[in-house]
Structures are given as C-alpha cells and as structure tokens.
Design a protein around this ligand. Structure first.
Ligand code: SAH
Length: 390
C-alpha cells in the first residue's frame, strides 16, 4: 500500500486523533497513490497512524478513516459505520429526522447524511469520500430501505477538491417536496431546492427552548428561512409573529408552513433585508416582546472573520434595541470560526452599545445528533443564546 510519511516535527495533532493531514505535514510519499486512493499514514519513524483517503490536489491531502491496523476500507467498512451512526442516534433519541452522519464527528470526514423520516440527503464534500457514494447508498438501502435518496453536492467547497457541483437522485426518482414533523408541528421541506440539505436539523432542540418566553408575546423573527422558529413561537402561544427573510422562496415556504399548521392568522412572513429593516424600525421606535435572529455564517474563512464579527454585532445591536424592557432576544450563530466565548463577547459589545443590560437565560449548541469532538473545533459550530434584555 502507498504510504504517507509524516514529518518528524509536527504537532502531535494527527497522532492524537485529528483526522486531517495537511500538505505541510507530509515528509514523503511512498509509491504513487492515485487521487481518491486509500493510503496508510505513518510517523517519521514508520509507526502506523491510520488509513485514509488521498487527494494530492487538496490542501488536506489525507483524511483518516480508521486507526485500526486490521481494518480495511471497503464497502463493508461503510456499512459498519452507517450502522454505528444509527445506533448513536437511536441511543440519543434522534430517529425520525436527524443528521445521521456528521462528518468528522462520526469518523467519516466530509460526509454529511441527513435523514428526513424515510428520505435521505447526502453530501460528499471531498474526493476520497465521493468515490464511495455507491457503497454509502447501498448501506442506506440495506439499513433503512428508504423511500428516496438525494445528493446535494451543489456546494462550492467541492471545487477545492477538484469535484464538480451537482445534485440529483441516488435512488429511483421521487417527489422531493416532503413534509416532516418536528415537536408536533409540520414543515414542508424541499430536498432538491431548499438551502443546504433542505432543512436545518441542528436547531431542533433550540426551537423548543423558546416555549415559555413567547407566550402571549409579540415576536419578530429575522433570517427565518422556512419559518421554523416563528411557527414554533405561534404554536407556543405568541400573540403575533412576523418573520423576515431575504429569500423569496424561503418566505413563500414559510407562509405555506404557517398555513400547514393553521397558524396563518397569527404568523406571517415577508421578504426583506433584515439589516435595513431592523435599522429602520429602530429609528421608528418599534418594540417587540421577543426578537429572534438566526443569520447565516457571514464568512467561511479565518481571513475575513472580522466581517462576521461586525455582522453579528450589528444585527444583534439592532435586534436588542427592538426588544421591550424585560423582553427577550433569541440569537444564534452558525459559524465555527466564531467560537462560543467570542460570540458571547460580541453580544456583550452589542448590549453595551445599545445601552441595555442583559442576562443569560440559556446558552446551547446544536442538537446531539451533531456531536461535538473537543479536539475538532469545526464540530462545535452552533451557538444558541437567549438573553433577557432589561
Ligand atoms: N432559522 C432558520 C435558518 C436560517 S438560515 C431555521 O431554523 O430553519 C439563514 C437565513 O438568512 C437564510 O434563509 C437566508 O435567506 C437569510 N438571509 C441571509 N441574509 C439575509 C438578510 N440580509 N436579511 C434577511 N435574511 C437574510
């Protein structure tokens, strides 16, 4: 087998369990591994570290799949892994809809599989895992006998791996607009055209966290996508709910979701740029009992992290000013580049500038079907915070 020999003087990260081998950590390559080949990774003194997939074009030429010398990487390996992923979700109570495979956190780097009841959406974000798509599909067929499997590989990050962006059926074609249940509510999900894999499963527990604070409240939501938080708010007894999103398609789906749950009289959605509208409404002196924000990542690279910090601060400042004294701000951040401590600092800065005192009601992360590996920063990405704004 072709071998990747690590440099002597590198951080013990890879040996200690991190699956990524960066190009500047490689001393030498034995043999001529083809792109997507399975290679062995060894230390400078040739001690076995693990086996992983190779892509010379990537800045991360190897991602490790196993550290067990006896374990071969074949279709059966992926079947065992999928079964293990499913066992974990069953143990932690995420069965109907869940992130079945959360990449690195499940030992399957750059692989995402979301389960929406009987339907599955796959993303293979690196060349070395993309090659195993048929084995992954076969494993899903064997374990779940799904009604449909869809590929959402229309993501720019694939281009860094020399892969095309693409989407389509990996099973017989099926109706990709489905309805899922969450916390007793129903939601339309468009697996083919929705954002990411169609639905943000990571907030499923956090949506329940607003239950008590929204009772009899006037609620403003921004960055609502298909309206999940807002529809929960109406369901939990909010007096009136207005949701804003910049995407026309998202707003249409959100209003449809409100109707689907019979909540359209108290909950509706409008197309708007939240930055502009919130600024305007602060000027006009509008006030709400609860303001909810769930903006996009703002940046994907460390180089432009300041842009994200500024974005989060601005929007939270505006959101806070719209909260009545004693009301609540519900705010999220989904980029791993802004770590939890930094996020709290940003909110503290926003409160200072808004001249408001805040107190923390709860601070959570993504749901447990997206487990966090402490050594892998990118597995802890979601921050979900509720503060009372005094
Ligand atoms: N809360 C949602 C997920 C929100 S994703 C859920 O749980 O399902 C972020 C959303 O912000 C996307 O729908 C995107 O269309 C929207 N968005 C991005 N920039 C925006 C802007 N400037 N104003 C309003 N919405 C925006």
């Amino acid at each position: 087998m072709e071998r990747i020999i690590l440099k002597r003087k590198i951080a013990p990260r890879v040996v200690n369990g991190h699956p990524w081998v960066f190009s500047n950590e490689i001393e030498a390559i034995e043999g001529e591994p083809q792109p997507a080949a399975i290679v062995e990774v060894v230390t400078h003194d040739k001690k076995f570290v693990g086996r992983g997939y190779f892509n010379p074009q990537s800045q991360i030429p190897v991602r490790i799949l196993t550290r067990n010398r006896e374990e071969q990487i074949d279709a059966d390996f992926f079947l065992r892994k999928i079964k293990a992923c499913w066992e974990y979700r069953k143990h932690t109570g995420y069965t109907e809809n869940c992130r079945l495979v959360f990449g690195e956190a499940d030992g399957l780097p750059q692989l995402i599989i979301d389960k929406f009841n009987d339907y599955f959406v796959i993303q293979t974000l690196a060349l070395g895992i993309d090659r195993w798509k048929p084995a992954l599909v076969a494993a899903l067929q064997e374990v779940f006998s799904p009604k449909g499997i869809y590929e959402r590989n229309d993501v720019p990050v694939r281009e860094l791996e020399g892969l095309p962006q693409q989407k389509g059926f990996l099973s017989a074609p099926f109706e990709t607009r489905i309805i899922i249940q969450e916390n007793g509510l129903q939601f339309h999900v468009d697996l083919a055209n929705g954002q990411k894999t169609g639905y943000f499963l990571d907030q499923q527990d956090n949506r329940r966290a607003i239950q008590h604070i929204v009772k009899d409240a006037t609620v403003l939501g921004a960055f609502t996508y298909t309206g999940t938080f807002e529809i929960h708010a109406a369901h939990y007894g909010a007096k009136s709910v207005l949701g804003l999103d910049i995407s026309k398609l998202a707003v249409e789906q959100a209003n449809e979701n409100a109707r689907l749950n019979g909540l359209q009289d108290r909950c509706h959605f409008e197309e708007a740029n939240a930055f502009d509208v919130l600024k305007q409404w602060v000027k006009e002196g509008k006030q709400y009992d609860v303001v909810m924000l769930d903006p996009p990542a703002f940046t994907k690279s460390r180089a432009t992290i300041q842009k994200a910090i500024t974005g989060y601060k601005e929007i939270n400042l505006r959101g806070m000013k719209l909260v009545k004294p004693g009301g609540f701000l519900v705010t999220s951040s989904c980029t791993n580049l802004v770590h939890p401590e930094l996020f709290l600092e940003i909110i503290a800065m926003a409160a200072k500038d808004a001249r408001r005192k805040i107190r923390q009601v709860c601070f959570q992360t993504q749901s447990s079907d997206h487990p966090v590996i402490w050594e892998m920063e990118n597995t802890q990405y979601l921050k979900f915070l509720i503060v009372q704004v005094l």
